[in-house]
Write a protein that binds this ligand. Structure first.
Ligand code: SF4
Ligand code: MSK
Length: 641
């Protein structure tokens, strides 16, 4: 049963004790029960792409060295990883498509429950598509932008326009490499075609298409999702909030939203304050309605509304075990079907809302954007009606939460660093050039029971901060950082080196910037682009003293994100290796040779301190290549080279 998790936040540790007492299995128990996991799968050496198989390659003994069709280990692993890119890109991009449809609905339906809350952002996106904005009424412009964005998914000619916002040198390189994405759906379809039995067997050529598909997500589907979400639901602005299970309230109706898309959660955030619903909550004996979030939906509503976050991916079933969740409402991605078994032990209602994601044991209330408020009210009413079904003896809500500042965007970092009247990245670039900030890091991604929970995220972040690296964080790394107090301005004094401390103090920012959901890694691409544009740090993203890490990655989305960072010129370190280790040529290509082509590459490192040091070595190499000044203050980590 429950294990000691040394690095986990206190609320998680408390809930694991409850799980043990009550004999309720958790994700960690299911992980343990799955051991030993298949070595062929771990190494990337199995293939089920046709019914002559399944085939597996024997990496050590005298067994088969090719599949029945003759596919080698490199071909099989390249096909598999590229399909992971396609699945991850499809998930994010389909989210982007849904947001585009919401924008189109705003344009076409004057009575829509949604509106454009940030006209400035809409105009900025219109510019990318070459759409004239002058004299246009907002709904007219919304229609034109929505159609242009939707066109990016299925167009048969041309290329994805959003990708042209990359630094010119980067875009030119993609043209030379032949990996400029043509259309978002097309790249996913082509991955599926090429990886079919008897099509592409050249591992480099397969990865080339993988890179193009990943760019179609990072600089396409995801970027559209982020940009249009900002236009519709408003531009996030740094705000104070709280994080961890203790944000739920014993005497309130607790509704937890879980998943990814803001179309439902944003409306629920607004509707949960409806006076009629608050009265109904009071009528059943509750003091009010407490909304909180899990996973990236939490990030979305936290950064726009300050709604507190209840927990990360790994805490979804622990939230139910508090006994106070009257309803968990889910949409898409990162939702465990196993929640059903946990919920059965409590009064909690589980509700799916997307026709794309139904789950056994969950109620289904289908969400339709054209009846958004009506359906959101129905959902909350059902949660209220479930409040009296609580069993007070089962309530174990840890009173543990932590303050955080969340909601930085490419634009707000710009404003903070530049000062109110000087919107510019100049102070950031100058701080890097002068040796006050050593470099930039994106630390992002999931958590995974195959790693020590939160150790990777926390250790890497703290080691980088100590060495004056400013961090942009998204996804479940953000949630870990928020829960552990790393997203407060005070964290700079506790964890950052002197140079970074001075910058954080001067502009009043935390040393770890919350930049949103996993979809919002596109914001990090744009921050890097702005730094290049500001000048003095090279011509391309690959010139920057910057690196990325996803220490506890889990999903196919994470694979796609990693590939679009590598394709964008970023050195990207992950914990558990990609399933390519049994394919020697492919492994070497992704971790070494690809840097000659894209300027970025992968590294696999399980030790979090060493991960941070790999990133620092890379940052220092780039500083040296740019002939930047030595760091102003002594640095704890000094690479031997
Ligand atoms: Fe085996 Fe080739 Fe079929 Fe894959 S595609 S299952 S390696 S025969
Ligand atoms: S929710 S993809 S566990 S970051 Fe986006 Fe977290 Fe990873 Fe899901």
């Amino acid at each position: 049963m429950a294990r000691e998790l040394k690095y986990a936040d206190k609320a998680t540790q408390a809930m694991l004790k409850i799980a043990e007492q009550e004999q309720i299995p958790t994700i960690w128990d299911r992980y343990d029960a799955m051991q030993p996991q298949c070595g062929f799968g771990t190494l990337g050496l199995c293939c089920r792409h046709c019914s002559m198989g399944p085939c597996r390659i024997d990496p050590f003994g005298n067994g088969p060295k090719t599949g029945i069709c003759g596919a080698t280990a490199d071909t099989i692993a390249a096909r598999h990883i590229t399909r992971m890119i396609a699945a991850g890109g499809a998930a994010h991009s389909d989210h982007g498509r849904d947001v585009s449809h919401t924008l189109l609905m705003i344009a076409e339906n004057p009575n829509s429950d949604y509106s454009v809350k940030s006209p400035e952002k809409l105009k900025a996106v219109a510019e990318v598509y070459g759409i004239k904005t002058e004299g246009k009424e907002m709904r007219e412009l919304a229609g034109e932008v929505a159609r242009a964005a939707l066109n990016e998914f299925g167009q048969q000619t041309g290329t994805v326009k959003m990708a042209q916002t990359a630094p010119p040198a980067r875009y030119k390189l993609w043209q030379q490499l032949g990996i400029v994405p043509r259309a978002i759906d097309r790249e996913v379809v082509e991955v599926m075609h090429r990886t079919h039995i008897g099509v592409d067997a050249d591992y480099k050529n397969i990865i080339k298409q993988g890179l193009r598909a990943s760019l179609a997500d990072g600089w396409g589907g995801s970027m559209i999702g982020t940009e249009l979400s900002d236009a519709i639901f408003s531009m996030p602005n740094p705000l104070k909030t709280r994080a961890n299970l203790g944000v739920m309230k014993k005497d309130h109706v607790n509704v937890v939203v879980h998943g990814h898309e803001p179309t439902l959660s944003d409306i629920i955030a607004i509707v949960s304050q409806d006076q009629g619903l608050l009265d109904k909550a009071k009528a059943v004996g509750a003091k009010g309605i407490q909304l909180s979030g899990i996973c990236c939906t939490a990030n979305e509503i936290m950064m726009r509304h300050g709604i507190p976050l209840a927990g990360s991916y790994m805490q979804q079933e622990l939230a139910l075990m508090t006994g106070v969740v009257d309803m968990m409402v889910v949409d898409v991605q990162c939702i465990w079907p196993g929640l059903e078994n946990t919920a059965k032990c409590f009064h909690t209602k589980l509700v799916t809302t997307s026709p794309k994601a139904k789950m056994p044991g969950f109620d289904h209330i289908e969400f339709h954007e054209d009846r958004a408020v009506e359906i959101a009210k129905q959902i909350i009413e059902e949660a209220i009606n479930n409040y009296p079904n609580r069993n007070s003896e089962q309530i174990n809500l840890p009173n543990i939460s932590q303050g955080a500042v969340a909601g930085f965007t490419t634009e707000s970092v710009f404003r903070f660093l530049g000062g109110k009247y000087r919107s510019t990245y100049r102070p950031l670039n100058d701080a890097i050039i002068a040796g006050r900030i050593r470099g930039l890091a994106g630390v992002v991604g999931c958590s995974n029971p195959n790693m020590e929970y939160e150790e990777g995220h926390l250790t890497i972040v703290k080691e980088l901060l100590k060495n004056d690296v400013l961090i942009a964080s998204t996804g479940c790394n953000s949630i870990t950082c928020a829960k552990h107090g790393l997203m407060t301005p005070e964290a700079a004094f506790k964890h950052a080196g002197k140079g970074l401390q001075e910058v954080c103090q001067a502009v009043g920012i935390p040393p770890v910037l919350h930049m949103g959901a996993c979809l919002d890694n596109s914001r990090i691409l744009r921050v890097l682009t702005e730094v290049v544009k500001e000048g003095g740090l090279g011509e391309d993203i690959s010139d920057l003293p910057a690196a990325g890490a996803a220490p506890e990655w889990m999903s196919e989305k994470a694979v796609c994100i990693g590939f679009y960072f590598v394709a964008s010129g970023v050195y990207t370190v992950i914990g558990r290796p990609l399933p390519v280790v049994g394919a020697p040529a492919l492994h070497k290509y992704l971790t070494e040779e690809i840097e000659q082509e894209t300027g970025g590459r992968w590294a696999f490192e399980m030790d979090p301190v060493e991960t941070a040091h790999l990133m620092l070595r890379h940052i220092d190499r780039k500083r040296k290549a740019l002939k930047l000044k030595p760091m102003i203050y002594p640095q704890p980590f000094k690479p031997e080279e």
